[in-house]
Design a protein around this ligand. Structure first.
Ligand code: PA5
Length: 481
């Protein structure tokens, strides 16, 4: 028997804006003449890493570029100093938690949970939480809280935690759960109040045993702050750091995203390898062949020359919706400053052709649609069955018997693009060869790099989110008059 395992695929994702040029709204020549500025934006993006490391930050400037080479650094450390590496620690804790509990509750908001949700929905079984533990490969269920102040949603999760599927007592593995608390600042109210609530619930669930509580709580936070202090008081054996220089919405490849991903069985090494592959393309490929810079250039020109201030990410798989929502947050918080910045909007197609399609086809000409297409499904294609003995051809589908779901989706994508093109509605395509850890790693890194590079192109600091403070202050004035 051969011991050589086939190497999993590492095909690159592709960006194709040709249908945008075909509208005549912007041209290939226009994009080519933007090349020097795009190159400059790339240089600035990469130079920021050195500026950050050498402390050359300008007065008052927020600078968080350490996410850029993070995948490369994590992989290099893992390969050279395995037991001491951060990735090894993440994988060890993931294994410990995986073997101890059947559900993990992630508390976090914004950048502290949206990347995890994107990874979970893209890379796990679409009904992971509904499957019995055996069919989940012994991996826990994953639930999210602390991203809202929704009384009934929180009560609903408490119901689930109180009544485990097995109906067993606290020593029953299927009844046990753990808490991952994620907050870089450690002080965000939504997450902090949920932390109190779920800590109190967990404390009761472990029979008020402080040692067991500590083992089932894993904080992921900045070096100091209230959550770090709380972790110390509880005595949590594992606490993960969100490194300086990595902002919340850029933290998906820190323990913020990697720990829960590893717990539910996502191959985090392949995720990081995908991200590192995108880094190489960003650094090395000439502007004209660089997916990050081409994407930035087209989005920028479409906004400046076609008035496309709304950027629709049209995801052609339900599994990519949470990636889109993560990107909505990334783009909004990074570039929505100084009364500038395009408005991102995620859709799931074909679902939303039946809710938004009308407007995209005939509404204001203020949209650039970027399709997020998937080359091949992960599972065997489903084919349309014949109707069987209980009816004739009343649904008039007999001529499609044997047609595969991916073929029908491809027809929908080509047909939608054709209809938009006929009305000069600009569409571009990002194509993932398939949805797996490697392509998702590439995609998330591509979108983070693009966001920062666009910020440098247009002179908006992509890091920090000063505007979010206003609501917090107004809210706290009401809570603590
Ligand atoms: O991108 C960001 O920095 C924000 O979206 C934060 O992630 C979000 O506000 C949560 O902050 P914290 O992790 O400090 O609780």
């Amino acid at each position: 028997m051969s011991v050589i395992r086939p190497k999993p695929p590492e095909d690159p994702i592709q960006y194709d804006p040709s249908a945008v040029f075909a509208t005549g709204g912007i041209s290939r020549e226009g994009l080519a003449s933007l090349s020097p500025r795009l190159d400059q934006a790339r240089q600035e993006t990469l130079t920021d890493i050195d500026r950050f490391r050498t402390g050359k930050t300008r007065p008052g400037e927020v600078l968080d570029p350490a996410f850029i080479d993070l995948p490369d650094r994590l992989l290099a450390d893992y390969n050279t100093q395995r037991p001491e590496s951060e990735l090894f620690a993440i994988l060890s804790t993931a294994r410990r938690i995986r073997e101890a509990v059947d559900r993990v509750v992630v508390l976090g908001i914004g950048g502290s949970y949206m990347g995890t949700r994107a990874l979970f929905e893209a890379c796990c079984h679409p009904f992971h939480n509904e499957l019995p533990r055996g069919e989940r490969g012994g991996r826990p269920r994953l639930s999210f809280e602390g991203f809202n102040i929704d009384n009934d949603a929180a009560q609903g999760l408490l119901d689930l935690l109180a009544v485990p599927a097995s109906g067993g007592g606290p020593d029953d593995l299927l009844a046990r759960w753990a808490l991952l608390i994620v907050s870089k600042s450690g002080g965000t109210l939504e997450t902090a109040v949920a932390t109190r609530l779920f800590l109190a619930t967990l404390f009761e669930a472990v029979g008020r045993d402080r040692g067991r509580l500590a083992e089932l709580v894993v904080p992921v936070t900045g070096k100091s702050g209230r959550l770090a202090a709380l972790a110390g008081a509880i005595g949590c054996p594992d606490v993960f750091d969100i490194p300086d220089g990595v902002g919340g919405r850029f933290s998906v490849f820190t323990a913020v995203g990697l720990l829960p991903a590893a717990i539910v069985g996502i191959d985090v090494v392949r995720l990081l390898e995908g991200a590192a592959a995108m880094n190489r393309r960003f650094r090395e490929a000439p502007v004209a062949e660089n997916p990050v810079l081409q994407y930035v250039g087209v989005c920028h020109l479409a906004e400046a020359e076609m008035g496309a201030t709304i950027r629709i990410l049209s995801t052609w798989s339900s599994r990519l919706e949470a990636v889109g929502l993560w990107y909505d947050q990334l783009l909004s918080e990074s570039l929505g400053k100084g009364e500038q910045g395009a408005t991102p909007l995620t859709t799931v197609t074909t679902r939303d052709l039946h809710s938004r399609g009308q407007q995209h086809q005939e509404g204001r000409r203020d949209k650039l649609i970027t399709n997020l297409l998937v080359g091949e499904p992960r599972r065997d294609p489903i084919r349309l069955p014949s109707i069987g003995g209980f009816a004739a051809n009343q649904d008039a589908l007999d001529d499609l018997v044997g047609r595969a779901w991916p073929d029908m989706l491809a027809a929908a994508a080509a047909g939608t693009n054709e209809a938009y093109a006929a009305d000069r509605r600009p569409t571009a395509d990002i194509t993932l060869p398939r949805i797996d850890e490697h392509t998702v790693g590439q995609l998330l890194q591509m979108l983070m790099l693009a966001t920062v590079a666009e910020g440098r192109l247009v002179g908006t600091n992509p890091y920090g989110q000063p505007g979010v403070e206003a609501y917090k202050q107004c809210m706290m004035r009401r809570l603590r008059p």
